[in-house]
Design a protein. Structure first.
Length: 413
């Protein structure tokens, strides 16, 4: 035996990892080392488990997705005793987190785990199969890849008399309550399991805003309170991220606008005359015909039937008008405080502190009024930004170099 073989033999005999159904370790097979899972003795004593495992391994052999880990079941006259994994070097997700906890901070790692599992769980669900448990000890990875892999699938074992033999205490946190209670299982059971896994990944650090909101809903005790599908779960995560980006962009725009005012006051003594164009006169024709918008119910009421798409457009326009009018009034009130004589002539530190507080208030009002008007967060953000920029420019035109409000023509006379 050469040195390399001695090292491999030592690694194979010493390093063992606990998994849901047994211990993972390296074993020499036909002169080569392979990863095998020695099945738990308490499980192989169950005929139901052994038959379910055979069906599971047979079904898995037909799947070619990268998230499926294949295995060959070994047995003797006493029954099955181990699963020999396909060629490769494997470890459990739990083992990776212990040996390299900083991996969760690596850009894209958690997103890859989440996205890959959602993608493969959707495949399972299309076949009427559910994972049910996503404990980190039951998720495998190749040592050269961060793509999660699954060896067995929980719904094959729902016929076991005592599920506690399979889902022991250390795994029950990752299993939905209805599974352990032997109630009906569906896609929401996997939503729960995936939520618990993502929550576990963040135990080494602070969970991000978008994942925190998603995990909270996904791990609700009552299935009806969870996301009804993995697609809805993934969509919620993406929406939270988009909302966060919109808020950041709006806040940045407000801060830049206020910074522009400060620079303008100090370095731009010349005042530009701002000409305002009178709005086009309103048409006497009622665009709603015999329809009208009821702000109490939030509905478009009508007497005569009309095309659905036209009603949707009219409703959207009316909602935007309401939002623009209300938000413009509040934004003008808030921004007027920034151009107060005392504030503009005060210290830069106090000015910036007040600007930050004002920006937060504008963002909060935008979200509340947008929701009341029935607008999406993206639409409210876009319109809100337009209004803030418009009012800011108007206010700038009234500011003198010394930081005081330009008097009106009547006051000059």
């Amino acid at each position: 035996m050469n040195f390399e073989e001695m090292i491999n033999a030592r690694e194979g005999s010493m390093h063992r990892e606990t998994t849901l159904i047994g211990e993972l370790h390296r074993k020499q097979v036909d002169g080569k080392y392979h990863h095998v899972v020695d099945l738990n003795p308490s499980l192989i004593d169950s005929i139901v488990f052994c038959e379910a495992l055979k069906s599971d391994v047979e079904w898995s052999a037909k799947r070619m997705e990268k998230q499926q880990l294949h295995g060959l079941l070994h047995g003797d006259s006493n029954g099955v005793y181990e699963i020999e994994l396909e060629a490769g070097s494997f470890l459990t997700l739990e083992s990776l987190l212990k040996s390299n906890p900083a991996i969760v901070a690596q850009k894209g790692f958690i997103d890859e785990v989440f996205t890959s599992l959602v993608e493969y769980l959707d495949v399972l669900h299309a076949e009427g199969i559910y994972q049910l448990c996503l404990a980190p000890q039951s998720v495998f990875l190749r040592k050269s890849s961060n793509t999660p892999m699954l060896l067995t699938h929980g719904s094959f074992y729902q016929g076991m008399v005592d599920l506690d033999e399979l889902y022991t205490a250390e795994y029950q946190k990752f299993v939905a309550p209805e599974v352990l209670a032997r109630e009906s299982v569906d896609e929401r059971s996997d939503v729960y399991a995936l939520g618990r896994l993502i929550e576990h990944l963040f135990t080494q650090g602070e969970i991000t805003y978008e994942y925190k909101a998603m995990v909270k809903k996904a791990t609700a005790e009552n299935p009806a309170d969870r996301y009804q599908s993995l697609a809805a779960m993934k969509s919620a995560l993406e929406n939270k991220r988009n909302t966060r980006r919109s808020v950041i962009v709006l806040a940045a725009a407000v801060v830049l606008a206020l910074l522009g005012v400060w620079i303008y006051v100090d370095f731009m003594p010349e005042q530009n005359v701002v000409e305002f164009v009178e709005p086009a006169p309103k048409s006497e024709d009622d665009p709603f015909g015999s329809s009208y918008f009821d702000p109490e119910t939030g509905l478009l009421m009508e007497d005569d039937a009309s095309d659905t798409s036209d009603l949707d457009r009219m409703y959207q326009q009316k909602a935007e008008e309401i939002f623009r009018k209300r938000y413009a009034q509040e934004a003008d009130r808030i921004l007027s405080d920034i151009y107060d004589n005392d504030r503009l002539s005060g210290s830069e530190k106090n000015y910036r502190a007040g600007s930050h507080s004002m920006a937060q208030e504008l963002i909060k009002l935008q979200s509340e009024m947008g929701e009341e008007a029935g607008l999406t967060e993206e639409e409210a953000g876009r319109i809100g930004q337009e209004i803030v920029e418009k009012i800011t420019k108007d206010k700038q035109a009234q500011v003198s170099r010394k930081g005081y409000i330009r008097p009106t023509e009547e006051e000059e006379q």
